[in-house]
Design a protein around this ligand. Sequence first.
Ligand SMILES: [Zn+2]
Length: 482
Amino acid sequence: MSCSRRDFLEISLGATLAASNMIEARAADPTGQSESVKAGNPSEPTVKTRFFFTWDHSTEWLLNRPGAQTIGASNHYGRATPVFIEDYHQIFTWCGRHHIDAVVVWGLLRDMHGGIDSVHKLCDMAEKNGVRLLCGVGLNAYGGVYYEGDSPWSLENHLAAHPEMLGVLPNGDKMIYNFGVSGPKKTAHACPSRKENQDFAARSLEWLFKTFPTLGGVQMETGDTRVCQCKVCRERRPNPELYTSWHDMALMYPIAAEAIRSVSPDAWISCETYHNPTPYAGKDPDKEPSFGEGKPAWADECVAKFPENTFVQWVCDRYVKPKNEYEWTAAGTVKNGRHRHVQRSHFGTYWGGTRGEAAIDEIADMVRQSTAHGFEALYLFGEVSPFHTGAELNYLALEHFGSAANPKADPDIFVRDVAGPLLGGEDLARDFLKYGRLKGDPAGIAAALPAVYANCARLPPEPARRWAWLANFLGAFAYPNA
Ligand SMILES: [Zn+2]
């Protein structure tokens, strides 16, 4: 049993490998509404807030520059500082035009891409585009506030100087180990019961918001790569927990939020839970639900202790298309009030699929089920440039589904009003999305490619470019046997 992102990836990669064996940015509108949202019949939107989630090392919006990685968490960074800045400049510009309200950056503060100076630039760019920049902050793991570098606010440096404050595994080993998926990179985990570590997290967050007064907020986590098993932690938790800890969240999130709000009262604070709100009903009721599975029966008592006016962040991949591994029951309905609830998925990434692939039906299912269960805020990964048409369509779907133009997340309305104009018409857009699902079907790819190539030849340049992207996307799954 495991809930680590590594295991989640391994499961996902297995499926992907098995399968492989066989707007342009629209001109900004002075009213703030892009064409995709203005289209259709206006009615009440069901989605109010939209986020992009990114790791710095896997973000690649500036094309034709080396060093981006295609998946990972806590990887090294491989691009140049000006490229890092331009990657996010392009993201903020696009998001400002397309109603993406906030962009989370994990690895935001790193010496490798300019440290404090670069983050000042990102804050300015985000503010100019009306988008909130959120710093990804691991409170007990994932590096703390200053992700990597020569800083007193690096959790790694803090624990290197105070090894007695490291968390411990059940066998007594200190919690320093690799969990990355793109090469070794040891990460240190703090014991959350230590007052010194709690104070370190609070002082780090105060420094963060004093240093960057226009920073939009944080997306914070307490760790999903095992949690401290020291005697104090075990006795503090009424329920035993090994991989993630609701009790650690209930302990740390209020401390962090108080520190943030002491400096920046209006900051957005998103609190990760690593689970779906549906009560876990697996075969073994004593099993600790793993990453993306439902919550334990007692988890609500912990969520109730999360600080007021924060986002509570959930995961839905295993409850929606294409996995549909579990039923998202009525008991998995959230109430907005003390908290706002935000749902996230990993569509269009190697965390469960193929990076850059279109996932329109999946996103529609996510939006429909999320809004039916009380959610009004959504996350999607935003690491891939919309030059890759699959990613572009996903991002536009995030904008369109749940908006006033398409409150019920109807894919047909999206195809008619958004995808059609980009791909040569409504019928061609349907073909495009149908062909985009052929990655595990070499015979189907071979049959479709002549029509795809023909569209490249007869359409105007921008729709043709998108069809050319599809030709290469599909052709890669057939190569070298095509
Ligand atoms: Zn501990």
